[in-house]
Design a protein around this ligand. Structure first.
Ligand code: NAD
Length: 450
C-alpha cells in the first residue's frame, strides 16, 4: 500500500495544501498490471543518429505512438533520447536541449530514457568525456522531474561485442522495462548491455513462461512479493525459507501454485538441496533469486562476534556456496539466471550496519566476479539494491527516522516490495540476456550517500 501521506497529498485539497506549504509532493506511482500499456501516451524518440531511426522503427512495430519531432502542447508518455553517436561533449547540446524543450509536456509518471555508449569503450578522451557527461546529465535530470516521472539510462558496452546497437535484444528489453510501470521506483539509474544475447518474449505478459525459479527467504516481505511476481510472469516457483517460517511459506507456495522447501540456506548442503528439489519436483531449474537476508545492527564499537558472523553467513557466504553448487551442476546450464538482493547500505553505507554493509557490498563483488563464470553457457548474474522499501522491517523504525528515510529520494516516498520484485523479474527473463554483472538500484534515487 502507498503510505497515507502520499495518498493524502496526491489529489484534491491535500495536494493544494502541500503545494502551498512547500511540503514534499509524492504521487501514486504507475505500477505494472498485466495487460497494461507499456507507456501512457506518445513517445518522442529524440536524436538524429541511425540508431535513433532504427529504434523509432522498432517501437512503431510495437504499436507505440512514436514521434520523431515534438508536436506543440502534446502530452508525452516518454522521451527516448538516443545519444549513441556522440563523439565530443559539444555534440550533446543540440539533442539534449531539443529534448529539454519537451520536458514540460511530459505526462505525470512519464519517462525519460537515454541510450548511449559506455565511457570505458570510448576510443579517445573527447568521446569518453561526452559519454561520461551523459551520466551526470541523467542523474541531475532525474532530480528535476516531478509527478512520478523518472529518468534512467541504457549503456551499450562495445568492449566484448562491437555490434551492439540500440536495437540489440537486451537494449530493447531494458527500454521496455524502463518505459513500463515495472520500473516505477527505479530512478536516476543505468543498465549496461554487454552482449547481443537475449530475446524479447513472445507474450509480454508471460515473459517467464516455462521457467522454474527458486526464491529464498520467500515466506514474507520482499521474497513473497518476488514469488508472486515471478508466478504472475509465468514461472513455476519454489519458495525457500527456514523451518520456523514453515506455515507462512506454505501459504505463499499455495498462493503461487508452487512448492515449498524448508531450508536454512546457510547449511552446507543448501545448494544441493535446492537443485534436487527443483529438478525432482519440476524437472528443471532456470532461475535462482538470493533474497534471504538478515540484519543484526550494532555500532562496530559494540559489535559482538555472533552478530557479525551470522550476517556474513546468511547474506553472502550462503550465496557463494549455493552458487558453487549451481555452477557445478549439469541442471543449471540452459541460459540460467541468478539474481541477488543487495542493498544501498552495501553501496553508500549505513550507521550501525558495518556487518550488513560488508555482506551486501560482498554480494556486489560476488555478482561482478561470477558474471564471467556464467557466460560460457549463456547465463547471467545480477544484483538489485533496494533502498527504503515498505516492509514489516521498515514499519518498525521509529516514526521520525522512518519518515525522513522514506522521503529522502527523488520520488519522495518508499518503494513497495513489488518494485524490487519487478526489477528481479526483468533480470530473470530472456530479455536481459545481454546484461550481467550489474547492480540495479531500486531506491527512487536515494539522495543520501553515494
Ligand atoms: P524480511 O526479514 O521480511 O524477510 C527475510 C526472509 O528471509 C524471512 O522470511 C526469513 O525467515 C528468511 N531468512 C532469513 N534467514 C534465512 C536463512 N538462513 N535461510 C532461509 N531463509 C532465511 O526481510 P525483507 O525486508 O523482505 O528483505 C528481503 C531482502 O531484501 C533481504 O536480503 C534484505 O537484506 C534486503 N533489503 C531489504 C530492504 C528493505 O527496506 N526492507 C532494503 C534493502 C535490502
Amino acid at each position: 500500500m502507498t503510505d497515507k501521506y502520499t495518498q493524502l497529498v496526491s489529489r484534491g485539497l491535500g495536494k493544494d495544501v502541500a503545494k502551498r506549504l512547500g511540503l514534499p509532493q509524492p504521487v501514486v506511482l504507475r505500477r505494472h498490471q498485466p495487460g497494461a500499456p507499456l507507456v501512457t501516451g506518445p513517445v518522442l524518440v529524440s536524436g538524429d543518429s541511425a540508431g535513433a531511426d532504427d529504434l523509432a522503427t522498432t517501437m512503431l512495430g510495437w504499436g507505440l505512438d512514436v514521434r520523431r519531432n515534438a508536436l506543440p502542447k502534446e502530452k508525452l508518455g516518454a522521451i527516448v533520447l538516443v545519444l549513441d553517436a556522440v563523439q565530443h561533449p559539444e555534440d550533446l547540446s543540440k539533442p539534449v536541449l531539443t529534448a529539454g524543450a519537451s520536458l514540460r509536456d511530459l505526462a505525470p509518471n512519464g519517462r525519460v530514457i537515454t541510450i548511449s555508449r559506455t565511457p570505458q569503450s570510448a576510443g579517445n578522451p573527447a568521446s569518453a568525456a561526452a559519454r561520461q557527461g551523459i551520466d551526470g546529465l541523467l542523474r541531475s535530470l532525474a532530480k528535476e522531474l516531478r509527478a512520478g516521472a523518472t529518468a534512467n539510462g541504457i549503456l551499450l558496452d562495445e568492449h566484448l561485442d562491437e555490434h551492439l546497437a540500440t536495437t540489440s535484444p537486451s537494449a530493447l528489453g531494458a527500454l521496455r522495462f524502463f518505459l513500463s510501470g515495472r520500473s516505477a521506483y527505479v530512478d536516476g539509474q543505468f543498465l549496461t548491455v554487454r552482449s547481443s544475447l537475449g530475446s524479447l518474449p513472445n507474450d509480454a505478459d508471460k515473459p517467464l513462461a516455462g521457467k522454474v525459479a527458486v526464491v529464498t527467504g520467500a515466506a514474507r516481505g520482499i521474497g513473497a512479493a518476488i514469488a508472486r511476481t515471478l508466478h504472475r510472469d509465468g514461472a513455476k516457483v519454489v519458495v525457500v525459507d527456514i523451518p520456523a517460517a514453515g506455515e507462512h511459506l506454505a501459504a505463499v507456495a499455495n498462493e503461487v501454485r508452487g512448492t515449498a522447501l524448508q531450508l536454512d540456506i546457510s547449511r552446507e548442503d543448501a545448494g544441493h538441496r535446492i537443485i534436487e528439489h527443483a529438478v525432482e519436483r519440476h524437472g528443471r531449474l532456470d532461475i535462482v533469486v538470493h533474497n534471504a537476508g538478515i540484519t543484526r545492527d550494532r555500532l562496530l564499537a559494540n559489535m559482538d562476534e555472533g552478530r557479525w558472523k551470522s550476517v556474513i553467513a546468511v547474506n553472502i557466504a550462503a550465496q557463494l556456496r549455493i552458487n558453487e553448487a549451481l555452477l557445478a551442476s549439469g541442471h543449471f546450464k540452459d541460459s540460467p539466471r541468478i539474481v541477488s538482493v543487495a542493498s544501498t547500505s552495501g553501496i553508500a553505507g549505513n550507521r550501525g550496519q558495518t556487518n550488513y554493509g560488508a555482506s551486501k557490498g560482498g554480494v556486489i563483488g560476488m555478482v561482478r566476479s561470477t558474471a564471467a563464470l556464467m557466460e560460457p553457457f549463456g547465463g547471467t548474474i545480477n544484483a538489485v539494491a533496494p533502498g527504503f522499501i515498505e516492509t514489516e522491517m521498515t514499519a518498525k523504525m521509529p516514526f521520525a527516522i522512518r519518515e525522513a528515510a522514506r522521503r529522502l529520494n527523488s520520488l519522495k516516498q518508499g518503494g513497495q516490495p513489488q518494485d524490487v520484485a519487478e526489477a528481479i523479474a526483468f533480470l530473470a527473463s530472456d530479455a536481459s540476456g545481454g546484461i550481467s554483472g550489474e547492480v540495479l538500484r531500486v531506491c527512487g534515487q536515494q539522495l543520501v550517500g553515494a
